[in-house]
Write a protein that binds this ligand. Structure first.
Ligand code: 5GP
Ligand code: MG
Length: 461
């Protein structure tokens, strides 16, 4: 599947006040969902103004770039770093014209029938500025607006055409809408303050706006918010739910609550279950910061083994995961992490991380621990072995990048140089989430896809 992949973050606000400061603040809180580009659109009473570019929120959206940009309706976006398609033209929100006025859209997820749709509409004479499925969404909504002369009907019809994962923030003139795909792959929730309503990828943003969490947008639901009310258009056809488990395990912030489950609590549960499933005779439990921290706390709680910090992470070094070259990735890991020798020397250590993808991070960290005098290094992982690509918006695209597709657990243990290695079981993961297995997307770990993808096993066959 070609096209840029984006596991991103979206926000939409309608208020009696200028929404620009709240959009900026929300995007800053969901910055972890995307560091490639940032942007916002506001309706200033006459037109939609959009400011977007490659770069972090604080760089792209600051007092200089936002001078004169004000409005009481707006949407925003942060875009995930991927290896390809870094052109600023892919930054969002994306704008198109419609017969009812200008439309701006911000998208999180991946449309799995993008290539078919693209072929179909190119044959009808459409042309595209970007290679992005988000532009496709905007153009289909625009087409449908001409047909129905009604935004809600247009969105409803668009939903029928799209397959895959999408959480959307949409603005048409001053109207703001939130949409979540019928499977509920990616999160989206609603919040309110005195005088404003908000839709946003993660509830952590609401805390920082001083907003009250209202509820999650339901899978397949369309909501229209204005400064006072939230109007719901429930799904017309129900699909089985398929919440992405990786949101809780790695992607989302620990202070977010998604579909009723607090991310921090889930991670801690994962650690507790790991301790029950795979105990070890060790002196210390340590996290791989920051992604393994809550998991490690849970492990320490149940095992009774003291929790210590064994690594100092340099918060100014970023992007080790997405570097294209293996040597650059390894180099970046050692730039990012330093061992704290006094806690490590002569100790039997158990380190906990959220996931192993290629194995780069752990291989490097275990070498560091041993060099710093660790007697033994045991590894526990909060996600079952990742064996299958994600078509729904997480940047894990091809089987050849997963160490677990070609290596057994024992082979991986040897490869990374650990004294023992255990992953949480799928059953344990489901227990930690407290969400029925049939309501989760576990495709990356069980190789069963909740929607039809060419060449992949469909879960319901
Ligand atoms: P590995 O080093 O095994 O290739 O990747 C695992 C490490 O990368 C873990 O520490 C995990 O926190 C992080 N990670 C897992 N998935 C992703 C992802 O989709 N994006 C980024 N940036 N990091 C990830
Ligand atoms: Mg990590």
């Amino acid at each position: 599947m070609a096209g840029p992949k984006h596991s991103c973050g979206v926000v939409g606000i309608r208020s009696v006040y200028n929404v620009v400061p709240s959009l900026q603040r929300s995007l800053l809180v969901i910055q972890h969902r995307g560091q490639e580009s940032a942007g916002l659109s506001v309706w200033n009473g006459e037109e939609i103004l959009t400011v977007k570019n490659n770069g972090l929120v604080n760089v792209v959206l600051n007092d200089t770039t936002l001078a004169g940009v004000e409005g009481r309706s707006g949407i925003g976006h942060v875009r995930y770093s991927t290896t390809g398609s870094k052109a600023p033209v892919n930054a969002q929100p994306l704008n198109v014209g419609t017969t009812l006025g200008p439309l701006s859209v911000a998208h999180n997820g991946d449309i799995t029938n993008f290539q078919e749709l693209k072929k179909k509409y190119m044959e009808q004479g459409w042309s595209f500025l970007t290679d992005s499925d988000s532009e496709m969404i905007a153009k289909i909504i625009s087409k449908n607006i001409s047909q129905f002369n009604d935004v809600i009907m247009a969105i409803k019809d668009t939903v029928k055409e799209l397959d895959g994962a999408y959480s959307l923030a949409i603005m048409v003139n001053d109207h703001v809408y939130g949409v979540r795909d019928p499977y509920g792959f990616r999160p989206l929730c609603i919040g309110r303050t005195e005088g404003s309503n908000i839709i946003v990828s993660e509830s952590a943003a609401l805390i920082s706006l001083g907003a009250e969490f209202v509820r999650d947008v339901e899978p397949g639901e369309i909501v229209e918010i204005d400064e006072k009310s939230i109007i719901s258009y429930p799904p017309e056809t129900k699909k089985p739910r398929a919440h992405c488990m990786f949101e809780w395990i790695y992607f989302a912030r620990p202070d977010s609550v998604m579909d009723g489950r607090c991310v921090y609590d889930v991670r801690k549960n994962v650690g507790k279950i790991l301790a029950r499933e795979s105990p070890a005779d060790v002196d210390l439990v340590m996290p791989v910061p920051d992604s393994g921290r809550a998991h490690a706390i849970g492990y320490a709680m149940v095992s009774g083994v003291p929790y210590e910090e064994g690594f100092m992470k340099n918060r100014f070094v970023d992007r080790t995961f997405i570097l294209p070259e293996q040597s650059a990735r390894e180099n970046a890991v050692s730039m990012k992490m330093n061992p704290i020798s006094s806690t490590i020397k002569d100790k039997r250590i158990l380190i906990v991380d959220d996931s192993i993808v290629r194995g780069t991070t752990l291989m490097k960290l275990i070498k560091m621990l041993k060099a710093a005098g660790a007697k033994e290094v045991h590894v526990r992982i909060g996600c079952p072995p990742v064996i299958a690509p994600c078509y729904y918006g997480v940047d894990m695209k091809s089987r050849d990048q997963f160490i677990a597709t070609t290596h057994s657990v024992e082979e991986i243990r040897k490869e990374i140089g650990a004294d023992s290695l255990a992953y949480i079981s799928i059953k344990g993961l489901v227990e930690a989430l407290g969400i029925p297995e049939e309501d989760l997307c576990l495709a990356c770990v069980n190789n069963l896809y909740p929607t039809r993808i060419e060449g992949e096993k469909y879960r319901y066959d």
